[in-house]
Design a protein around this ligand. Sequence first.
Ligand SMILES: NC(=O)c1ccc[n+]([C@@H]2O[C@H](COP(=O)([O-])OP(=O)(O)OC[C@H]3O[C@@H](n4cnc5c(N)ncnc54)[C@H](OP(=O)(O)O)[C@@H]3O)[C@@H](O)[C@H]2O)c1
Length: 240
Amino acid sequence: MKNAIVFGATSGIGKSLTELLVKDGYKVAVTGRRLEKLEELKKQFPAQIIIKQNDIQLVADVEKTFDEIVTELGVIDLVVQSFGVGFVNPKLDWIKEEQTINTNVLGVTKLYTLSYNLFKKQQLGHLVGISSIASLRGNRASPVYFASKAFQKSYLESLYLKTKTIKSKKVFITDIRPGFVDTPMALGEKLFWMVPVDKAANQIYTAIKKKKRVAYISKRWQLIAWVLKLVPAWLLKKAT
Ligand SMILES: NC(=O)c1ccc[n+]([C@@H]2O[C@H](COP(=O)([O-])OP(=O)(O)OC[C@H]3O[C@@H](n4cnc5c(N)ncnc54)[C@H](OP(=O)(O)O)[C@@H]3O)[C@@H](O)[C@H]2O)c1
Protein backbone atom coordinates (compact mmCIF):
# COMPACT_ATOMS: atom_id res chain seq x y z
CA MET A 1 0.00 0.00 0.00
CA LYS A 2 1.33 3.45 -0.94
CA ASN A 3 1.34 6.30 1.59
CA ALA A 4 0.37 9.91 0.98
CA ILE A 5 -0.01 13.08 3.05
CA VAL A 6 -2.52 15.70 1.98
CA PHE A 7 -2.00 19.04 3.71
CA GLY A 8 -5.32 20.91 3.43
CA ALA A 9 -7.68 17.95 3.09
CA THR A 10 -10.68 19.35 4.97
CA SER A 11 -12.35 20.83 1.88
CA GLY A 12 -12.14 21.60 -1.81
CA ILE A 13 -9.38 20.14 -3.96
CA GLY A 14 -7.52 18.44 -1.07
CA LYS A 15 -10.63 16.60 0.10
CA SER A 16 -11.59 15.38 -3.39
CA LEU A 17 -8.02 14.32 -4.10
CA THR A 18 -7.90 12.42 -0.80
CA GLU A 19 -11.02 10.49 -1.81
CA LEU A 20 -9.43 9.55 -5.15
CA LEU A 21 -6.20 8.45 -3.47
CA VAL A 22 -8.05 6.28 -0.96
CA LYS A 23 -10.12 4.67 -3.71
CA ASP A 24 -6.88 3.93 -5.54
CA GLY A 25 -5.51 2.09 -2.49
CA TYR A 26 -3.39 4.77 -0.77
CA LYS A 27 -3.21 5.20 2.97
CA VAL A 28 -3.57 8.96 3.47
CA ALA A 29 -2.65 11.23 6.37
CA VAL A 30 -4.92 14.27 6.22
CA THR A 31 -4.42 17.66 7.84
CA GLY A 32 -6.21 20.97 8.33
CA ARG A 33 -7.60 23.08 11.17
CA ARG A 34 -11.20 21.79 11.13
CA LEU A 35 -11.10 18.59 13.16
CA GLU A 36 -14.74 17.67 12.40
CA LYS A 37 -13.97 17.61 8.66
CA LEU A 38 -10.95 15.37 9.24
CA GLU A 39 -13.11 13.07 11.38
CA GLU A 40 -15.71 12.83 8.58
CA LEU A 41 -12.99 11.53 6.24
CA LYS A 42 -11.83 9.04 8.88
CA LYS A 43 -15.41 7.80 9.33
CA GLN A 44 -15.77 7.36 5.56
CA PHE A 45 -12.52 5.37 5.16
CA PRO A 46 -11.50 4.17 8.65
CA ALA A 47 -8.71 1.81 7.57
CA GLN A 48 -7.01 4.19 5.17
CA ILE A 49 -7.13 7.62 6.84
CA ILE A 50 -4.90 9.02 9.57
CA ILE A 51 -5.91 12.41 10.89
CA LYS A 52 -3.61 15.16 12.16
CA GLN A 53 -5.19 18.46 13.02
CA ASN A 54 -2.80 21.34 12.36
CA ASP A 55 -2.59 25.06 11.75
CA ILE A 56 0.10 25.60 9.15
CA GLN A 57 0.56 29.20 10.34
CA LEU A 58 2.13 27.80 13.51
CA VAL A 59 5.22 27.05 11.47
CA ALA A 60 7.19 25.71 14.42
CA ASP A 61 4.62 22.89 14.80
CA VAL A 62 4.65 21.78 11.16
CA GLU A 63 7.80 19.70 11.54
CA LYS A 64 6.34 17.91 14.57
CA THR A 65 3.16 17.02 12.65
CA PHE A 66 5.18 15.93 9.61
CA ASP A 67 7.53 13.77 11.70
CA GLU A 68 4.64 12.13 13.58
CA ILE A 69 3.05 11.12 10.28
CA VAL A 70 6.33 9.76 8.90
CA THR A 71 6.88 7.74 12.08
CA GLU A 72 3.37 6.32 11.81
CA LEU A 73 3.36 5.56 8.06
CA GLY A 74 7.00 4.82 7.25
CA VAL A 75 7.94 5.49 3.62
CA ILE A 76 5.96 8.42 2.16
CA ASP A 77 5.29 8.20 -1.56
CA LEU A 78 3.37 11.42 -2.08
CA VAL A 79 2.95 14.79 -0.35
CA VAL A 80 0.26 17.16 -1.61
CA GLN A 81 0.18 20.82 -0.56
CA SER A 82 -3.45 21.78 -1.02
CA PHE A 83 -3.77 24.30 1.78
CA GLY A 84 -3.92 28.00 1.14
CA VAL A 85 -5.79 31.19 1.83
CA GLY A 86 -6.68 34.01 -0.50
CA PHE A 87 -8.57 37.26 -0.06
CA VAL A 88 -9.79 39.97 -2.35
CA ASN A 89 -7.98 42.76 -0.53
CA PRO A 90 -7.91 45.98 -2.58
CA LYS A 91 -7.28 48.11 0.52
CA LEU A 92 -4.27 45.98 1.48
CA ASP A 93 -5.59 45.28 4.97
CA TRP A 94 -2.49 44.07 6.80
CA ILE A 95 -4.14 41.22 8.72
CA LYS A 96 -5.12 39.57 5.43
CA GLU A 97 -1.73 40.20 3.83
CA GLU A 98 0.06 38.73 6.85
CA GLN A 99 -2.21 35.69 7.10
CA THR A 100 -1.61 34.95 3.42
CA ILE A 101 2.17 35.22 3.78
CA ASN A 102 2.17 33.04 6.90
CA THR A 103 0.10 30.35 5.19
CA ASN A 104 1.04 30.45 1.51
CA VAL A 105 4.70 31.40 1.89
CA LEU A 106 6.07 30.50 5.35
CA GLY A 107 3.95 27.38 5.90
CA VAL A 108 4.43 26.28 2.32
CA THR A 109 8.21 26.68 2.48
CA LYS A 110 8.37 24.65 5.67
CA LEU A 111 6.38 21.85 4.07
CA TYR A 112 8.33 21.92 0.80
CA THR A 113 11.68 21.71 2.60
CA LEU A 114 10.54 18.90 4.90
CA SER A 115 9.18 16.94 1.92
CA TYR A 116 12.23 17.44 -0.28
CA ASN A 117 14.65 16.44 2.46
CA LEU A 118 12.61 13.36 3.32
CA PHE A 119 12.40 12.31 -0.32
CA LYS A 120 16.13 12.81 -0.75
CA LYS A 121 16.72 10.56 2.25
CA GLN A 122 14.25 7.95 0.99
CA GLN A 123 15.57 8.34 -2.60
CA LEU A 124 11.93 8.36 -3.71
CA GLY A 125 8.83 10.48 -3.41
CA HIS A 126 6.59 12.94 -5.20
CA LEU A 127 5.84 16.49 -4.02
CA VAL A 128 2.77 18.13 -5.52
CA GLY A 129 2.16 21.82 -4.90
CA ILE A 130 -1.15 23.42 -5.84
CA SER A 131 -0.08 26.89 -6.92
CA SER A 132 -2.35 28.71 -9.40
CA ILE A 133 -2.63 30.44 -12.74
CA ALA A 134 -2.25 33.47 -10.43
CA SER A 135 1.43 32.57 -10.14
CA LEU A 136 2.11 34.04 -13.58
CA ARG A 137 1.34 37.77 -13.13
CA GLY A 138 0.45 40.49 -10.62
CA ASN A 139 -3.08 41.56 -9.70
CA ARG A 140 -4.46 44.79 -8.30
CA ALA A 141 -7.22 43.31 -6.10
CA SER A 142 -5.21 40.62 -4.44
CA PRO A 143 -1.47 41.39 -4.60
CA VAL A 144 -0.28 39.12 -1.84
CA TYR A 145 -2.17 36.06 -3.08
CA PHE A 146 -0.72 36.42 -6.58
CA ALA A 147 2.76 37.07 -5.18
CA SER A 148 2.51 34.05 -2.87
CA LYS A 149 1.58 31.84 -5.81
CA ALA A 150 4.55 33.19 -7.80
CA PHE A 151 6.72 32.24 -4.83
CA GLN A 152 5.31 28.69 -4.82
CA LYS A 153 5.81 28.31 -8.57
CA SER A 154 9.42 29.45 -8.31
CA TYR A 155 10.18 27.31 -5.26
CA LEU A 156 8.74 24.22 -6.91
CA GLU A 157 10.84 24.86 -10.01
CA SER A 158 13.93 25.19 -7.82
CA LEU A 159 13.19 21.88 -6.12
CA TYR A 160 12.72 20.30 -9.53
CA LEU A 161 16.17 21.59 -10.53
CA LYS A 162 17.61 20.23 -7.28
CA THR A 163 16.36 16.71 -8.08
CA LYS A 164 19.24 16.55 -10.58
CA THR A 165 21.45 15.70 -7.60
CA ILE A 166 19.30 12.76 -6.47
CA LYS A 167 20.94 9.58 -7.68
CA SER A 168 17.87 7.31 -7.86
CA LYS A 169 16.00 9.76 -10.18
CA LYS A 170 12.88 8.72 -8.31
CA VAL A 171 11.99 12.07 -6.73
CA PHE A 172 9.40 14.11 -8.64
CA ILE A 173 8.07 17.65 -8.29
CA THR A 174 4.74 18.73 -9.78
CA ASP A 175 3.31 22.24 -9.94
CA ILE A 176 -0.47 22.25 -10.40
CA ARG A 177 -1.82 25.58 -11.66
CA PRO A 178 -5.62 25.73 -11.49
CA GLY A 179 -7.69 28.50 -13.02
CA PHE A 180 -11.05 28.72 -11.23
CA VAL A 181 -12.24 25.67 -9.30
CA ASP A 182 -15.62 25.66 -7.60
CA THR A 183 -14.50 25.81 -3.94
CA PRO A 184 -14.71 28.51 -1.25
CA MET A 185 -11.28 29.66 -2.44
CA ALA A 186 -12.37 30.83 -5.93
CA LEU A 187 -11.64 34.56 -5.76
CA GLY A 188 -13.58 37.39 -7.40
CA GLU A 189 -16.95 37.89 -9.05
CA LYS A 190 -16.85 37.43 -12.82
CA LEU A 191 -15.37 33.95 -12.80
CA PHE A 192 -15.20 32.03 -16.07
CA TRP A 193 -14.21 28.50 -17.06
CA MET A 194 -15.04 27.45 -13.50
CA VAL A 195 -14.40 23.71 -13.06
CA PRO A 196 -16.35 21.52 -10.60
CA VAL A 197 -14.06 20.34 -7.82
CA ASP A 198 -14.41 16.62 -8.69
CA LYS A 199 -13.41 17.27 -12.30
CA ALA A 200 -10.43 19.33 -11.12
CA ALA A 201 -9.34 16.59 -8.70
CA ASN A 202 -9.58 13.96 -11.46
CA GLN A 203 -7.39 16.04 -13.78
CA ILE A 204 -4.92 16.70 -10.97
CA TYR A 205 -4.71 13.00 -10.14
CA THR A 206 -4.05 12.20 -13.81
CA ALA A 207 -1.21 14.76 -13.78
CA ILE A 208 0.16 13.20 -10.59
CA LYS A 209 0.12 9.71 -12.07
CA LYS A 210 1.92 11.00 -15.16
CA LYS A 211 4.44 12.78 -12.87
CA LYS A 212 3.91 16.00 -14.82
CA ARG A 213 6.26 18.92 -14.10
CA VAL A 214 3.44 21.48 -14.58
CA ALA A 215 -0.28 21.04 -15.21
CA TYR A 216 -3.00 23.61 -15.81
CA ILE A 217 -6.49 22.79 -14.49
CA SER A 218 -8.57 22.70 -16.57
CA LYS A 219 -6.33 22.15 -19.57
CA ARG A 220 -7.74 25.13 -21.49
CA TRP A 221 -6.09 27.43 -18.91
CA GLN A 222 -2.83 26.63 -20.63
CA LEU A 223 -4.01 29.00 -23.39
CA ILE A 224 -4.54 31.80 -20.88
CA ALA A 225 -1.13 31.04 -19.38
CA TRP A 226 0.46 31.37 -22.78
CA VAL A 227 -1.14 34.81 -23.29
CA LEU A 228 -0.40 35.96 -19.73
CA LYS A 229 3.29 35.19 -20.17
CA LEU A 230 3.46 37.39 -23.27
CA VAL A 231 1.28 40.37 -22.44
CA PRO A 232 3.10 43.54 -21.27
CA ALA A 233 2.16 45.03 -17.88
CA TRP A 234 0.71 48.21 -19.44
CA LEU A 235 -1.78 46.11 -21.40
CA LEU A 236 -2.62 44.02 -18.35
CA LYS A 237 -3.28 47.30 -16.49
CA LYS A 238 -5.59 48.50 -19.24
CA ALA A 239 -7.45 45.23 -19.72
CA THR A 240 -8.13 44.17 -16.13
N1 LIG B 1 -10.41 27.21 -5.99
C1 LIG B 1 -9.75 27.87 -6.91
O1 LIG B 1 -10.32 28.52 -7.80
C2 LIG B 1 -8.23 27.81 -6.90
C3 LIG B 1 -7.57 28.35 -8.00
C4 LIG B 1 -6.18 28.31 -8.03
C5 LIG B 1 -5.49 27.74 -6.99
N2 LIG B 1 -6.16 27.23 -5.91
C6 LIG B 1 -5.36 26.68 -4.82
O2 LIG B 1 -5.77 25.37 -4.53
C7 LIG B 1 -5.45 25.04 -3.18
C8 LIG B 1 -6.66 24.40 -2.52
O3 LIG B 1 -7.69 25.36 -2.39
P1 LIG B 1 -9.24 24.99 -2.55
O4 LIG B 1 -9.73 25.67 -3.76
O5 LIG B 1 -9.43 23.53 -2.40
O6 LIG B 1 -9.83 25.82 -1.31
P2 LIG B 1 -10.49 25.37 0.07
O7 LIG B 1 -11.65 24.46 -0.17
O8 LIG B 1 -10.74 26.65 0.78
O9 LIG B 1 -9.33 24.54 0.80
C9 LIG B 1 -8.28 25.15 1.45
C10 LIG B 1 -7.66 24.16 2.43
O10 LIG B 1 -6.57 24.84 3.07
C11 LIG B 1 -6.63 24.54 4.45
N3 LIG B 1 -6.02 25.62 5.22
C12 LIG B 1 -6.18 26.95 5.09
N4 LIG B 1 -5.50 27.60 6.04
C13 LIG B 1 -4.91 26.65 6.80
C14 LIG B 1 -4.08 26.70 7.95
N5 LIG B 1 -3.75 27.86 8.54
N6 LIG B 1 -3.64 25.53 8.48
C15 LIG B 1 -3.97 24.34 7.91
N7 LIG B 1 -4.75 24.24 6.83
C16 LIG B 1 -5.22 25.39 6.29
C17 LIG B 1 -8.13 24.45 4.73
O11 LIG B 1 -8.33 23.72 5.92
P3 LIG B 1 -8.89 24.34 7.30
O12 LIG B 1 -9.72 25.55 6.96
O13 LIG B 1 -9.67 23.22 7.90
O14 LIG B 1 -7.68 24.67 8.06
C18 LIG B 1 -8.61 23.69 3.50
O15 LIG B 1 -8.47 22.30 3.70
C19 LIG B 1 -5.01 26.37 -2.53
O16 LIG B 1 -3.61 26.42 -2.45
C20 LIG B 1 -5.50 27.42 -3.52
O17 LIG B 1 -4.72 28.59 -3.47
C21 LIG B 1 -7.51 27.24 -5.86
